[in-house]
Design a protein. Structure first.
Length: 79
């Protein structure tokens, strides 16, 4: 897992910078459908469990999780 504290990025920028990784996002903005549009990536990892663990360590914080890769059609993730 890599911890970062960078500028606020758009979701498109996150997907380009952190390809095929799970992201933990703070200070995020959403659209009307509650989908993340912008935020600050505070941690990223190719392993989902690493990001979930970090999120639990920061319990009480308002955080979002996004995956920047393609999810297989036969897989479902509960966030």
């Amino acid at each position: 897992m890599v911890l970062v504290k960078e500028e606020k990025l758009s979701l498109a920028e996150m997907k380009k910078r952190y390809k095929n990784e799970w992201l933990l996002i703070a200070n995020y903005e959403t659209n009307d459908a509650k989908q993340v549009q912008r935020g600050i990536v505070i941690a990223h990892s190719p392993q989902r469990e690493v990001i979930y663990k970090k999120m639990m360590e920061m319990k009480g914080s308002d955080l979002a999780i996004e995956y920047t890769g393609e999810i297989a059609k036969d897989e479902v993730y509960m966030l």
